[in-house]
Design a protein around this ligand. Sequence first.
Ligand code: NAP
Length: 497
Amino acid sequence: MQDPKVSGSPNTSLQEFDLIFFGGTGDLAMRKLLPALYNRFRDSQHTQGWRIIGVARQDMSRDDYLNLVNEHCRQFIPHGEFDAVAWTAFTAHLEYLKLDGLLADDYAELARRLQHSTDRVRVFYLSTAASLFAQICQNLSAAGLVTPQTRVVLEKPLGRDRASSFEINEAVGKIFEERQIFRIDHYLGKETVQNLIALRFGNSIFEPLWRRSNIQDVQITIAETVGVEGRGEYYDRYGALRDMVQNHLLQLLCILAMEPPSSIDPDAVRDEKLKVLRALKPITMDAIKTKTVRGQYRAGAIDGKAVPGYLNEDGIPADSSTETFVAIKAELENWRWSGVPFYLRTGKRMQERVAEIVINFRPVPHAILPVSASEGNRLVIRLQPDEEVMLYLMVKVPGAEMKVRPVDLNLDFKQEFKTRQWDAYERLLMDAILGKLTLFMRRDELDAAWRWIDPIRDGWDALGEPPKGYAAGTWGPTAASTLITRDGFTWREDGYQ
Ligand code: NAP
């Protein structure tokens, strides 16, 4: 079944495993998890001795479940990647179990199904609301289902603040050892994020430049064009700070800013990431207005199509003050990064769908060529819409005059490797089955992230101002531009592309 056109690098073959999805009928399972497993199966990474059990409260037969998967999941497998034979062989490994995660009695049937595979790797993937995690773990333990080979994968967001995150981690930690807990942040599974690690630690030319003396500012943007997409009730409880900044943006910041770890071992990497989180300068009340901006989208247009404002979306209270946009000026208090601003920005209903890290290098110390202040060396690591890395260098424009302008050296992965890029969930699911923790968050990392986030939330509450409005289809409130122009810089979309 191996197809050289679509397979990735040589696969690490897996041990036999049982993967149990709590939330097996949910959006994430259908859109991401099952397609990811299908892709790995099609690439022959797991061939035999494995099964997937979808778990949810809905009463239905295995056939009904397979129909549901066929109906909802297949559409998320791109046409060129769908292989009917592989799909049929894949779905033969799927089972369904009606089980309410909160009811201890419901676990007897799960125990019966797993009783003959106690030696196998067992992964419980909790793709439900985080408020269920503690009880599900307790019930798994009470039913005798936690073997030494068992792992639990926890979906984000893990709590709404430091206290609730502590509570969940404490409860899960009573049942599972830290080596068994896989806290997922799918941004870490993206190929480009690993390329950032490769770029930093596989090349000697960047390390001498990777510091305050050479880097002027860093921008990390995750912009979405979509709104709340039917998840209004969930979103309104969380908002952009908790949903995006606390996890994805801070994790990208960590990978970018961490010291070189002594090895790629999970704890070596996570120790360094933790140091970054602990070096984040707290944003105190007096800096809330100058270092943070929160916004909420109003009606506008995306790709020429009119879209409603946030307050008119389904499930959103008319007086909601939940932010759909955040921009923050973050600073690290350590030798490498002191004085370098890290501008973080994320929003819904923005002008373009883009996720990228922009590293702006300092201008030359003495300009003998006519270079404008906004031009210079820049490294752009793009995660969305395509994964690419661009290094901008100043070159001469052909012609009589000595005119220079930035031109990018584009590392085009698709062209170079001619291979389908793995989805983040493919890698992370395989890593969970293989027991590789490097790309998952450790408990102390999560705690350190919340410790920095909570005062921002508290500051906004104390300020009592509503989020600033911005029209859908723009780059956010004007205050977000002021946040950065005040320091003499501009967001990348305002400078050269
Ligand atoms: P969803 O579409 O609402 O699905 C929830 C799933 O959990 C359903 O299968 C539901 O089925 C099941 N469920 C609810 N209560 C249960 C219980 N007591 N026992 C057993 N199963 C139960 O949610 P989702 O969007 O898939 O999200 C799942 C998790 O992933 C959440 O933590 C979310 O924050 C996270 N996440 C989602 C996305 C995404 O794009 N969807 C992205 C990142 C993270 P029944 O109602 O039939 O029980």
